[in-house]
Design a protein around this ligand. Structure first.
Ligand SMILES: C[S@@+](CC[C@H](N)C(=O)[O-])C[C@H]1O[C@@H](n2cnc3c(N)ncnc32)[C@H](O)[C@@H]1O
Length: 231
């Protein structure tokens, strides 16, 4: 797995570390001393890192299961759909550093309030958007095109919602990271068939799929598709 290095401070923003005999991930803490979800803080090369739990975050699960060429880099712009209380958003924020920005969309008011209080208010590179991801034209604070659309909303029409957001906000050549929860789409269908059908929709919309990664055993019947917009 690659380490992503911050150009400024020269510290790797993403590290693979050994803990309890296993490969684990950690991100350079943008807010030293602060935890988001009870994760362990460790010191490596005189810098503080936050352990990244693959059971709590599907992006960490995908990385541990072999996601290559993570398109989230220092200084980048990410549109994140389905922020929830901000577990994964906080690690994306660490990866982007002070010079990047993550626009984080969450529709549920109670969840969004916790996200605002615990994550967005403490991290200068997180812009919260309390909106329905089905209405991307309403995101007034998205001030430019983004490099990456990340979608984890567990809805039957999650792929269509992700594509709608890409058409409006993704730059040409940008990346889509889409989490597919097979049971949100069809509880009876074989998950592999669901993943294939959702992948077909993404390709038909002008994306090239680089990887499809099943997230078992961390998340049963979930997959992540990593794709690049070629149109
Ligand atoms: C599976 S959780 C996301 C977990 C989060 N991505 C993480 O890793 O920390 C799905 C979230 O999507 C939100 N959501 C569902 N439909 C949505 C919509 N139409 N617009 C915005 N958010 C939505 C839900 O309220 C929920 O918080």
């Amino acid at each position: 797995m690659e380490e992503t290095r911050g150009a400024g401070a020269g510290k790797a923003r993403l590290r693979r570390v050994k803990a309890e005999g296993e490969d684990k991930l950690a991100t350079l803490n943008l807010t030293p001393g602060l935890k988001v979800y009870g994760e362990r803080l460790i010191e490596v090369d005189a810098a503080e890192y936050r352990m990244w739990d693959p059971v709590r975050s599907k992006l960490a699960a995908a990385l541990l299961k072999g996601l290559k060429n993570l398109p989230i880099h220092e200084g980048g712009k990410v549109l994140y759909l389905g922020a929830s209380t901000g577990t994964t958003v906080s690690h994306v924020s660490d990866l982007l550093g002070e010079s990047g920005v993550v626009f984080a969309v969450e529709v549920a008011p109670r969840v969004a309030r916790e996200f605002l209080e615990q994550v967005a208010s403490k991290r200068s590179n997180v812009i919260p958007i309390v909106e329905d991801a089905r209405r991307p034209e309403r995101y007034r604070s998205v001030f430019s095109k983004v490099d990456v659309v990340y979608c984890d909303i567990a809805q039957p029409d999650q792929t269509e919602i992700a594509l709608l957001n890409c058409r409006r906000h993704l730059s040409a050549g940008g990346s889509l990271l889409l989490i597919i929860k097979a049971r949100s789409i069809d509880v009876l269908k074989d998950p592999d068939r669901v993943f294939k059908e959702e992948g077909d929709k993404i390709e038909a919309a002008g994306f090239k799929i680089n990887q499809l990664i099943r997230l078992d055993p961390f998340d049963k019947d979930h997959a992540l598709i990593s794709a690049v917009w070629t149109e």
